[in-house]
Design a protein around this ligand. Structure first.
Ligand code: ZN
Length: 189
């Protein structure tokens, strides 16, 4: 196995400023890509008519695939809000529903919104520097920056997890996270 790992995938240097990894391809999402995600549609359209900023970027590293192997992504979410709702990721289930994930906070302050597919139970978990979040299987997860500097994190997941964006996009998360008295609070959509 070890001889199949490329040297550049064995030890990977990453920067916290851009959250890019060398020249590797990365996914970039701008405000226009997040249509339908924010609760305040008027605030969304008003913001978008003004500017189309980058909200987040993810670079994925896939050293090996197959049973027991891991992939991971380095993510950065920029600070900002639409109305009272923090800048967020689209959110997803894993295509292979039992697949769990560990998020490791590297810089900044944020939260994750977790939603159980079977029960609809929602929980908010703090993700920030020196803090890790466990996302169990069968759970939709979305990440938000609740601070004033970029939130940078690693997400580590089974190589066979896959990403299912459609199922949660079709009905959206039941809860939203908004700023109330300067702090994140989870409320009904
Ligand atoms: Zn995931």
């Amino acid at each position: 196995m070890l001889n199949t790992i490329k040297p550049e995938d064995l030890s990977v240097a990453y920067g916290l400023d851009s959250a890019r990894i060398g020249n590797r391809p990365f996914v970039q999402r701008r405000l226009a890509d997040l249509r339908g995600c924010f609760a305040d549609a008027d605030a969304y359209e008003a913001a978008l008519s003004n500017d189309n900023p980058v909200l987040y970027e993810v670079t994925v590293v896939e050293p090996a695939s197959g049973d027991g192997q891991l992939h991971y992504g380095l993510g950065i979410i920029y600070p900002g809000k639409i109305g009272d709702e923090y800048y967020l990721t689209k959110g997803h289930y894993h295509s292979y529903r039992p697949a769990a994930e560990v998020y490791v906070g590297l810089r900044g302050e944020g939260v994750m919104l977790l939603e159980d597919e079977a029960t609809g139970e929602s929980r908010m978990a703090v993700l920030k520097e020196n803090c890790a979040v466990y996302v169990p299987g069968h759970t939709a997860h979305r990440t938000m920056n609740t601070g004033s500097v970029p939130l940078v994190y690693l997400g580590i997941f089974p190589s066979n997890a896959g990403h299912d964006y459609g199922a949660i996009a079709a009905r959206n998360f039941r809860k939203i996270v908004v700023e109330r008295n300067g702090k994140p609070e989870m409320i009904n959509r």
